[in-house]
Design a protein around this ligand. Structure first.
Ligand code: BT5
Length: 262
């Protein structure tokens, strides 16, 4: 695999500044800290070869052996109401899915790759990518969002810790080929720029509908677990904030703002 130069993968806004770090606690933590102090501009991307404290939602651990995945965070200043912030994560997952398909179409066309609410991308029903979208306010009172993306690229099954070997996958496991991460990153940043431009031009109303069409879960039975309980219902769709709407067995409608879907 040739040496990878990530710094040339930027588009005009998204990735106009790209920093590559050999090791960091978490790219989200670092970029959030910089954004709070107004030290990073919109579109900044921080990439790490290794994270010592990579995080998922609810402070869960994001596992990644050095150099085998794409781990990066992106800073955005979307001017949207606070209750619509979940839509940024949905938009990001659409952008990543599209970027992966464009970059890897000929390798992936026989594979099942799809969206899982809220922000996962699955390959062959296993987790290929996780996205952690975190909102904050900078010292001038401006609201920002850091979108953190972890994509399993060249890991073998043995690179994952034992408990993840039945639930995780990588592009390498799915296709039997090693993938240059720069090609993927460039394609994903280009797709992110297209999606973000659409948000800037049209607002956010298109996001839940587009996400739903791509995910294909309307009318399907789903189970949602949170820390306290598990509920099962039929997916009716997403509400305008991106929350999941379920029809329950007693015909009531439940709106789910967070949880793990299976
Ligand atoms: C996520 O959380 O899926 C969001 C992950 C975001 C990671 C990126 S990497 C760059 C940026 N910097 C950070 O610190 N984070 C972001 P969640 O839905 O909570 O899923 C976490 C769960 O996924 C864990 O509890 C494991 O079960 C599983 N998991 C951990 N590492 C994995 C991996 N590499 N591949 C597949 N599944 C994994």
């Amino acid at each position: 695999m040739p040496k990878e130069d990530f710094t040339s993968c930027g588009i005009s806004l998204i990735g106009r500044s790209i920093r590559v770090l050999p090791e960091v606690s978490s790219t989200n933590e670092l970029l959030k800290a910089e954004a709070e102090e107004c030290l990073a501009s919109e579109g900044t991307v921080i990439i790490a070869e290794h994270q010592t404290a990579g995080r998922g939602r609810l402070d869960r651990v994001w596992e990644s052996p050095p150099g085998k995945s794409l781990l990066f965070s992106l800073l955005l200043y979307p001017e949207i109401p606070g209750d619509k912030m979940q839509l940024i994560g949905l938009m990001a997952s659409l952008a990543v899915l599209n970027g992966l398909e464009v970059a890897q179409l000929k390798h992936l066309n026989h594979q099942i790759i799809h969206l899982k609410w809220p922000n996962d991308i699955l390959g062959t029903k296993r987790k290929l990518c996780g996205i952690l979208s975190e909102a904050g306010v900078d010292k001038n009172g401006r609201r920002f969002t850091v979108v953190g993306i972890g994509i399993n690229v060249n890991q073998t099954l043995n690179d994952f810790p034992e408990p993840l070997r039945n639930t995780a996958t990588s592009l390498y496991i799915m296709t039997g080929k090693k993938h240059p991460r720069t090609t993927l990153l460039k394609s994903i940043l280009a797709s992110m720029e297209d999606h973000y431009n659409r948000l800037l031009n049209e607002g956010v109303e298109w996001i839940p509908q587009t996400w739903l069409e791509r995910a294909g879960i309307r009318g399907k039975k789903v189970e949602v677990k949170d820390s306290n309980n598990t509920i099962s219902g039929t997916c009716l769709g997403l509400n305008p904030d991106g929350a999941l709407q379920l029809m329950m067995p007693d015909d009531s409608i439940q709106t789910i703002y967070s949880g793990d879907v299976s």
